[in-house]
Design a protein around this ligand. Structure first.
Ligand code: AMP
Ligand code: ZN
Length: 486
């Protein structure tokens, strides 16, 4: 018998691992999940996609445990100012000026590209993708209530949230508010009372005409960035929902401010949302990958280099979401080799069934006790704050384990697919289109060079590497030829 164990998650609010239970354990058993979405002024870089792959892993774990999940990912198409500043141009407006397009065209283009990235990474589509520009009226109404409740003040640059009115301000980020002037940001805003105070409404400066502008009780302008997530999440998921996710950078600023304004708005007790989960950053070299840093590495760029998007997903899942992960081409290559090996091993098992829940996976394992035990270990791993590296290891071990029947192995593959979001069947199709010919040609040429130098050990090692990639090399009188064998 397997035990039904709780899903344990690291809650940034309190910084400890806790048993997850939905806030409202209603009869529908639905978990309501909100993930801060992209600012669509540019392509999503591979670091951004770590955030959505993580949210997808969380969603799959919830489904695995038998809950339904209602997921919202917002699209920030207004509000996010350049350089995280309260003043200054909107990122969308800056991109439109740079690319000589309208802000609508910019938003539409990069939103489409974002959806394509999600699909490529086999990320389950959210039920809602609200656009900030569609909710400005509701954001104004939200801010008006904060005014009525005495949480705001107005200065020339707009309407500000007065963080001194919130005794628990900054709790999530462990921000020391005793010296508010030491707040995280350094930007000087004339008239702002404390550096932690943030804009709810960014008023147009005299003579300025924003490309995106709305009228409000505080004059023409645009909403502050933090407002949209509070407003859209509550409208779509209810005033209190279950889990809020984002990258770890949001733990210090964006989510701190979302919490402050939402709790002030509701005035009905804390916390507004009980579970806050954050993924660590993907690092490229020592620099964090950032859209503003100029080097944007995208999933389609990786595909051009011969890397299947599933290999990138596997690379991400090979690390725990709360650990920083260093991106290297070598790391991605080895993930792709692992994936090819998994595809080859699983394709030998014939038609692969698909499951969503732990119960379905166990049923599939039938009376294969060894497989039931592995599925229980998968459950144990995913329940321990989403230990995906352990699930991957279990999958690899059990595909080599003679104690498992073919049916048992199929059940383990189905269980792993359910929680990892990797579909081992699909890579074959990807192999044909995902073009790594250049890499293969290089390996074949290196092997030829090794043979010419009579370095047989190296030539053999290169042949083995090619075999791992599913490439068969044949030496002919005219030189080597190669073909794909899977
Ligand atoms: P943005 O489009 O800048 O609002 O970011 C979208 C999401 O990506 C947010 O949840 C960020 O916290 C997250 N993010 C940004 N950079 C990285 C990175 N290098 N690694 C992981 N997550 C990131
Ligand atoms: Zn947000």
């Amino acid at each position: 018998m397997t035990v039904s164990r709780p899903l344990r998650l690291f809650n940034s609010l309190g910084r400890r691992v806790e048993d997850f239970t939905p806030a409202s354990d209603g009869p529908d058993g639905t978990v309501r999940l909100y993930s801060c979405g992209p600012t669509v002024y540019s392509y999503a870089h591979i670091g951004n996609l770590r955030a959505y792959t993580f949210a997808d892993t969380l969603r799959r774990a919830l489904l695995w445990k038998g809950w339904q999940v209602e997921h919202v990912i917002n699209i920030t198409d207004v509000g996010h100012a350049v350089a995280e500043a309260e003043l200054g141009e909107d990122k969308l407006e800056a991109a439109a000026a740079r690319e000589r397009r309208s802000v609508e065209e910019i938003a539409a283009m990069y939103t489409e590209a974002f959806f394509a990235d999600l699909a490529a990474l086999n990320i389950l589509p959210a039920q809602h993708y609200p656009r900030a520009t569609q909710y400005v009226e509701q954001m104004i109404a939200f801010a008006e209530r904060l005014v009525e409740r005495g949480f705001t003040y107005e200065i020339e640059s707009g309407l500000y949230f007065d963080t001194s009115k919130d005794p628990t301000y900054g709790q999530l980020g462990l921000i020391d508010v005793s010296g508010q002037l030491e707040g995280a940001r350094v930007e000087e805003v004339p008239g702002r009372r404390a550096k932690t105070d943030f804009a709810l409404w960014r008023a147009e400066a005299p003579g300025q005409l924003r490309a995106m502008r709305w009228n409000s009780p505080w004059g023409w302008g645009a909403p502050g960035w933090h407002l949209e997530c509070s407003v859209m999440s509550m409208l779509l998921l209810g005033e209190h929902f279950d889990i809020h996710t984002g990258g770890v950078d949001h733990r210090q600023l964006h989510h701190v401010n979302e919490i402050a304004q939402s709790e002030a708005y509701l005035g009905d007790g804390r916390p507004w949302v009980k579970f806050w989960l954050h993924n660590e950053f993907l690092q490229l070299g020592s620099a964090k990958i950032s859209k503003s840093a100029g080097h944007i590495l995208t999933v389609s760029e990786l595909a051009k280099q011969g890397f299947h998007p599933s290999a990138y997903r596997l690379f991400l899942l090979g690390g725990h979401y709360r650990a920083q992960l260093e991106f290297t081409t070598g790391g991605l290559e080895s993930a792709q080799t692992t994936l090819r090996r998994l595809v080859r091993r699983t394709s030998a098992l014939g038609e692969l069934p698909s499951v969503t829940t732990a119960g379905e996976a166990r049923a599939l394992a039938g009376d294969d006790a060894a497989a039931v035990a592995v599925i229980d270990q998968i459950d144990e791993a995913i329940s321990a704050d989403l230990n995906t590296p352990r699930v991957l290891a279990l999958l690899q071990e059990s595909l080599r384990d003679p104690a498992l029947s073919d049916a048992g192995q199929r059940a383990v593959v189905a269980a792993s697919s359910a929680v990892l979001g990797l579909t081992f069947e699909e890579l074959d199709a990807g192999d044909q289109s995902g073009d790594n010919d250049d890499a293969v040609r290089q390996l074949v040429a290196d092997r030829e060079a090794a043979r010419a130098a009579r370095d047989w050990a190296r030539a053999d090692a290169l042949r083995a590497e090619l075999t791992e990639l599913g490439i068969q090399v044949t030496d002919t009188a005219e030189g080597p030829t190669w073909a794909r064998i899977n």
